[in-house]
Design a protein around this ligand. Structure first.
Ligand SMILES: *Cc1c(COP(=O)(O)O)cnc(C)c1O
Length: 384
């Protein structure tokens, strides 16, 4: 892939949606033109086709396409009847939407710490936090949202064992990791339901907002369909339950169907870049630890520097050399002003420390080997 591109190294984009668009060629326009021709703009035939292809892609029995990853999470919790008095366990080190959704429904997020090497939710911390909630005696432990952070899978065998013992509903927040796999199986069936996002910057991204739910449970899938369309029954004019407008546009589905054709190649390209970074950088910084027997979708490739001062110096030095970088996430969610009052005050030391040391390097399918080499060399030079 890199051989077909120019040998020019700069500019380097953090994410290059324009290069991808050019690479997709006329197939994209053809798909969009078909939507413009039939004018079925919401939940049209492309949405049905996308649902079938995404379910088949990860081996799930059902896929319900929705308007965003956040709405996918919300619909999954609504279907479970989660609300006031319910404790929803989730990692403190993740994107804001994971914690926002239980709060919107009146439930309480219980923040759990993460593993310092893989950044994934820590099963030992989950056990401890379930114990905290039981001891306090105010909330009912109801659900676990495990996040597959940065593209790698969470430790689902351990999480599912705890959830089964405690009777928790399990929801996989797969927004960053669709396309990734664990023990040879694509993510999408690791929990009772899986929510993903097609925000443009995600590994499989549209040209706007979008998301999907995956499940093997037919009853759950039927509830998801009803909830995404205002709680409708067998006809649109029966309102069976309180739902929402969580529908996906046909134009987004058309974009996603086009991108799905090249998705495996893109994942392979992201993996190749991760290996370039691993090989060049593992001696000088902490490179991301791989979850055993997994494949990452590499939404984010994050290194750890020694401390905040070194991280900020490296980020500035990279900028000087034309290398964009980003900080995911500067602040753990239990320290966010909007969420802090929902937190019981338990220390979550790993989540609290990561934000000062972490730095995400460019990783996308149109980054050339030469560009990845340049990024790695710039990191090395900044540390020396
Ligand atoms: C992006 C993201 C979401 C939300 O997805 P949207 O489509 O932007 O609503 C939820 N969880 C995680 C971990 C994400 O990265």
């Amino acid at each position: 892939m890199s051989g077909t591109m120019s040998d020019q190294i700069l500019p380097i984009q953090f994410l290059d949606l324009k290069a991808q668009q050019i690479r997709l060629g006329p197939a994209l326009r053809d798909r969009l033109d078909r939507v413009l021709a039939h004018c079925g703009f919401v939940l049209g035939p492309e949405v049905t086709e996308l649902e079938q292809k995404l379910a088949a892609y990860c081996g799930a029995a059902h896929c319900v396409a929705v308007s965003s990853g956040t709405d996918a999470l919300q619909i999954a919790l609504m279907a479970e009847g989660i609300g006031r008095g319910d404790a929803v366990f989730l990692p403190a080190f993740t994107y804001t939407a994971t914690a926002e959704v239980p709060l919107v429904l009146g439930a309480t997020p219980i923040f759990v710490d993460v593993d310092p090497r893989t950044f994934q939710i820590d099963p030992a911390s989950l056990e401890a936090r379930i114990g905290d909630v039981k001891r306090a005696g105010k909330l009912r432990p109801r659900a676990l949202i495990g996040v597959d952070l940065f593209g790698q899978p969470a430790d689902w065998p351990a999480l599912n064992a705890i959830a089964a013992r405690e009777g928790l509903f399990t929801l996989d927040d797969c927004a960053q990791s669709f396309g990734g796999s664990l023990h040879g199986a694509k993510l999408g069936r690791a929990a009772m339901a899986t929510a993903t996002s097609f925000f443009p910057s995600k590994p499989l991204g549209g040209y706007g907002d979008g998301g999907a739910l995956l499940t093997d449970d037919a009853d759950r899938a039927a509830l998801f369909r009803s909830l995404r369309s205002h709680g409708e029954g067998t006809t649109r004019y029966d309102v069976m339950r309180i739902g929402m407008n969580g529908r996906l546009d046909s134009l987004q589905a058309a974009v996603l169907l086009t991108k799905l054709e090249v998705f495996e190649g893109e994942l392979a390209r992201r993996e190749a870049i991760a290996r370039i970074y691993d090989a060049a950088l593992s001696d000088v910084v902490t490179v991301p630890a791989r979850v055993p027997d997994s494949m990452s979708a590499w939404a984010i490739y994050a290194i750890l520097l020694r401390d905040g001062a070194q991280r900020d110096a490296v980020q500035a030095a990279l900028k000087d050399k034309g290398v964009p970088s980003a900080i995911y996430y500067p602040k753990p969610l239990h320290h966010q002003p909007a969420y802090a009052k929902a937190h019981d005050g338990a220390p979550l030391p790993v989540s609290e420390a990561l934000g000062t040391r972490i730095l995400a390097l460019p990783i996308h399918p149109d980054l050339t080997d030469a560009q990845a080499d340049y990024v790695a060399a710039a990191v090395k030079a900044a540390i020396a």
